[in-house]
Write a new protein. Structure first.
Length: 312
């Protein structure tokens, strides 16, 4: 039984559109010109896509950009993260499998490796464009079930070529274009990027960032100050003082975690406990220059919450 959709703005299953060969060539050339050192495409297993879509609760797939080696652009991979039908914002929430995710080759990688390869992509992009803020880096694209099934059913090939494009007007890199390996001229594009308009939350929207929502609810007038402390600490983590892969984990599962807790009858109590035990205590540690304790609390919170509410 599919999860009830919470938004009438977007049917996630229909995200994606077939484009012309001329437009494909334009975007592909833009990408080659802008990012000459980057891999221009990866192979995408048809079986991998079919496997993810075999669950009827999956509305589509988030094709997330990753690198197995942060120093090797040719180690580009895609992590195929299934999405459900729950719309906290303009994209459906990720379905988190404790056994890990399928990649573009059909290999299953662990959650720990998933967060690391996603973070490797972020670190690599910062080398290419140091001025882009961490939260604005394109991490992947979402295609809906209906469009992907149309692509799968239109060809008998065993794999696809997942090309990367670049839209100059929107400064949007890694724009996906999927082509059958047998060179039939079909290109599926018009996916929703994440992050970035219109694919991710905007300030003032129903925010799927757990920290923002919880702090806003319980910190009162101090919420903005507390969130600024946490964001500053996040930036230190991302500067490799600690392991930034933990931040990728947080942003990937945050909306799904909120969805799971919202289904609990005592959700208000749960959120208050999270605030008291983890958020407020972490802020105190950060203000006392005890960042190691704050980072340990962050790791502990993520492990506890995922084990309790996501991996059931």
């Amino acid at each position: 039984m599919k999860t009830e959709m919470l938004s009438t703005v977007l049917d996630p299953t229909t995200v994606g559109e077939f484009i012309t060969e001329d437009y494909y060539r334009e975007l592909a050339q833009n990408f080659r010109t802008k990012f000459p050192s980057e891999a221009r495409f990866v192979n995408l297993s048809k079986l991998a896509v079919e496997t993810v879509l075999s669950d009827s609760n999956v509305s589509g797939i988030k094709f997330m950009n990753g690198l197995t080696d942060v120093n090797d652009p040719s180690s580009r991979i895609l992590v195929l993260i299934p999405a459900n039908y729950t719309m906290n914002n303009s994209l459906p929430n990720a379905i988190i499998n404790k056994d890990g995710f399928i990649t573009n080759t059909g290999e299953v990688i662990s959650l720990e490796k998933t967060w690391q390869v996603l973070f490797n992509h972020v670190l690599n992009f910062k080398k290419l464009d140091a001025g882009t803020h961490y939260t604005k880096i394109n991490r992947g694209s979402f295609f809906g079930r209906v469009r992907l099934m149309e692509l799968l059913n239109a060809t008998e090939c065993r794999s696809f070529i997942y090309h990367f494009g670049y839209i100059i007007e929107e400064n949007l890199p890694y724009k996906p274009m999927i082509q059958p390996e047998n060179q039939i001229t079909m290109y599926l594009e018009e996916a929703l990027p994440c992050p970035g308009s219109p694919g991710c939350p905007k300030p003032g929207s129903p925010d799927p960032c757990a920290l923002t929502r919880i702090a806003t609810n319980f910190a009162g007038k101090q919420a903005d100050n507390q969130l600024n402390v946490l964001r500053g600490f996040r930036d230190k983590i991302l500067q490799e003082k600690f392991n930034g892969a933990e931040i990728e984990k947080y942003y990937t599962i945050s909306a799904s975690l909120l969805e799971a807790i919202d289904k609990e009858q005592n959700k208000a109590v749960i959120f208050k406990e999270i605030y008291d035990k983890y958020i407020q205590t972490s802020i105190t540690s950060i203000n006392n220059n005890d960042e190691a304790t704050a980072y340990s609390l962050f790791q502990e919170a993520m492990q506890h919450l995922t084990d309790t509410y996501l991996y059931q």
